[in-house]
Design a protein around this ligand. Structure first.
Ligand code: AOF
Ligand code: ZN
Length: 370
């Protein structure tokens, strides 16, 4: 398939990137990768193998795709969203497996910063005489793999801060708990974001005021709820809360410090709640250290869902990488809690990545230029 035009390569890479999202949020500690094996026997290109990184991270995407392609892999092109691995981990290196299967051409999107792989994966392929094209839809791949790349390079997860704003840039009303600001279409989108994250994080004030469940409640995706983390220095989470009561089915981690009361801890522990011991600084959990800890456990993508205090803490510490705003059409007016950010008040260094509409709500996504 030499001499394939660039548009065809981009088309199949786009398909491989879409495919890779299938297991986003399910592959930690590994990145969610996609692979397509495509061959052209004279009648145009045909997909003969599809693979995504398996749930739990192994087998890798390439192995899954080649298993489907079988002998049809010989002479075919492999589209890989991440440089194929070069190391003997718990599975043999994908680069060697591609060579052994007789793949003729490999088209890659993102390079792998993992020092065991970086550059070596592509080198193995080239040494075996395989034609390699790198960086096809590289920006799109870097966007999708942002959490993995962030963890590999900066040793912390990517933090996405999501806020729902009223038309007058408020995020709620004092003492009123959960109130509807955005509509059903936005809600579904938020649940999809949850499904693709490794963890959802909130502050104890939101946990006490709203009693949220923070699970994925989309038909067919109910099993995709990620772990839930509460910043709760003193272990004040109510044992009768939805979070604590559902800890057996979806993990709940409470980030505490040394002052947390042993009795409170015991009650939560009996319900299956787990604890993360953290350092505090001026009465606040040290976020950089907590994030480092989460990264060390393999977490790549953290979705911060509020409230105002937690959002502000992450922003002030410079720990927000991606900002997502859902803005409803109605004002909240007097008594509203002002959002720490809005369309017109973006923290410095953020640029608009995409905009959309969900029902009556406006959606905007900004990322920090590193
Ligand atoms: C691939 N294809 O689908 C993924 C890759 O612990 P291991 O042995 O599974 O290796 C983990 C590393 O493999 C991870 O850090 C990253 O470099 C790569 N992930 N590689 O060829 C895949 N998920
Ligand atoms: Zn691999």
């Amino acid at each position: 398939m030499s001499g394939v035009d660039e548009a065809t390569d981009r088309r199949f890479m786009a398909a491989a990137l879409r495919l890779s999202r299938k297991h986003a949020g399910l592959t930690a500690t590994n990145p969610a990768v996609g692979t397509l094996i495509v061959r052209d026997d004279g009648n145009g290109p045909v997909i003969v193998g599809r693979g995504v990184t398996a749930v739990g991270g192994r087998p890798h995407a390439e192995a899954e795709a080649m298993a489907e392609a079988g002998d049809l892999a010989r002479g075919a092109t492999a589209y890989v969203t991440l440089e194929p691995c070069a190391h003997h981990g718990r599975t043999p290196p994908c680069a060697n497996a591609l060579v052994a299967a007789g793949i003729a051409r490999v088209v890659g999107a993102a390079s792998d910063p993992d020092p065991r792989v970086s550059g070596k994966g592509y080198a193995i392929l080239r040494q075996a005489g395989i034609e390699v094209v790198e960086r096809v839809l590289a920006d799109q791949a870097a966007d999708q793999l942002a959490g993995y790349l962030m963890r590999s390079v900066s040793k912390r997860p990517q933090v996405t801060l999501k806020l729902a704003l009223s038309s007058d840039d408020m995020i709620g009303r004092m003492g009123e708990g959960q109130i509807a600001i955005t509509g059903a279409a936005s809600r579904r989108q938020v649940h999809l974001m949850r499904a693709e994250a490794d963890a959802i994080l909130i502050g104890i004030n939101t946990a006490l005021a709203d009693d949220p469940e923070l699970t994925v409640r989309l038909p067919g995706l109910e099993s995709r709820s990620p772990a839930r983390i509460v910043l709760d220095r003193l272990a004040r989470l109510d044992p009768a809360s939805k979070l604590a009561r559902s800890a057996q089915s979806v993990p709940v981690f409470v980030a505490i410090d040394a002052e947390a009361d042993a009795g409170r801890r015991g009650k939560l522990e009996a319900l299956g709640v787990k604890f993360i011991s953290t350092d505090t600084f001026e009465g606040r959990i040290a976020l950089p250290e907590l994030l480092e800890d989460l990264a060390a456990q393999g977490i790549m993508d953290v979705l911060v869902e509020g409230g105002a205090g937690t959002a502000r803490a992450f922003l002030e510490d410079g720990m927000v990488d991606r900002l997502v705003l859902f803005q409803g059409p109605q004002p909240l007016g007097a008594g509203g809690i002002a959002s720490p950010v809005s369309r017109d008040h973006m923290p410095e260094g953020f640029r608009l990545l995409r905009e959309a509409r969900f029902g009556d709500d406006a959606y905007g996504e900004w990322i920090r230029d590193s």
